[in-house]
Design a binder for this molecule. Sequence first.
Ligand SMILES: Cc1cc2nc3c(=O)[nH]c(=O)nc-3n(C[C@H](O)[C@H](O)[C@H](O)COP(=O)(O)O)c2cc1C
Length: 367
Amino acid sequence: MKLGDIQLSSNLLTSPMCGISNRPFRLLAKRFGSALTYVEMLKARSVIERTPRTMELLRYYADEKPLGAQLAGSEPQELAEAAKIVEDLGFDTIDFNCGCPAGRVGHGLCGARIMSKPNIARECMRALRAAVKVPVTVKFRAGMDDTALNYLEFGRIAQEEGMAWVTMHPRTRAQGYKGGADHRRTAELKASIRIPVNASGDVTEPEHALAIARDHGIDGVMIGRGIYGRPWLYRRILAAQAGESESDPTPREVLAVLRWHFERLLEVFRPRLACIMQRRYSGWYIKAVPGAASWRAAFVTVETPEEFFTRWKAVDDHYAGLEAAGKIAAASPGRLASYAEPFPLPTPRTLGDNAPLSGQSLVAATA
Ligand SMILES: Cc1cc2nc3c(=O)[nH]c(=O)nc-3n(C[C@H](O)[C@H](O)[C@H](O)COP(=O)(O)O)c2cc1C
């Protein structure tokens, strides 16, 4: 699948998600086969003001590329200015957010609320497209509510304004995340325009991704919540696309991923914050292992990295013992290594083109 001139490794994308799409999360997704990840949605104004939080969110590892940024706003000139800044930082693509239902963003006319003003959305797309050379895309919902479904109109506008693709999360703004993501709507959109269409929403198993392409002819699949604690979903989908199957990981493979994830958190965040964030993520991973409730107690109270690694080893030893006794299936050494081995990034890790922003090395930035 191509995004403008960029050849992507597959049609599997990772959703931008506020509070979630940080560097470790994006690396994890890429490691397991996501072709493109995004930094979480940023308000155009915050980018222009270069607020410290925004600039921190815009940091990335050089190895993450291709990498997208997503902008929200409703002032064409503001969006254009922000897009230029983001392009200059080295981002490969810019997505225009017309899908966020949240109050915080929705207070102004941005996020999904802009779907009520298609002409303003058109102006914004036009300004974005004119401001940068990288491909510009748009992500939207089905409409404001069931009485105002205008996704076909949005698709047409996007095509007319030169968007490289559109991504649709087929719930309405009013729905939030309730109900199901009805990809018959996404299929209808696909049938109505010539630019590529990606489906976002409720892909949690390889079969869902296959069905979206097979039954609906949709180009790409963007996954968000489905990879919470299960980033290997990409690997399973890629196997299914090749007519093969990849089983779910064993407990020790899941533990290997948890450890890798924690090590990346330690690279990016202060140790105390990494430990607190890990509590949430270990909860996600626990769900992937039947009967693993005892892990929860071990990890959700972790205060220091040392505690994490000691407890991790105890839990891993426990499962190694069960494997040795033939009580649970053992992972094949090759596959365990592929879950455990660090993603092959250069050492020391390098920051992307935006590194000079703060003039700090990664180590200094995370100390
Ligand atoms: C915590 C959270 C944060 C999100 N933040 C964003 C965002 O920054 N930009 C965006 O376009 N969509 C955002 N979304 C929506 C997702 O990108 C995606 O469209 C939606 O969750 C449906 O896909 P899923 O079922 O695969 O999660 C967010 C969703 C969640 C759950």
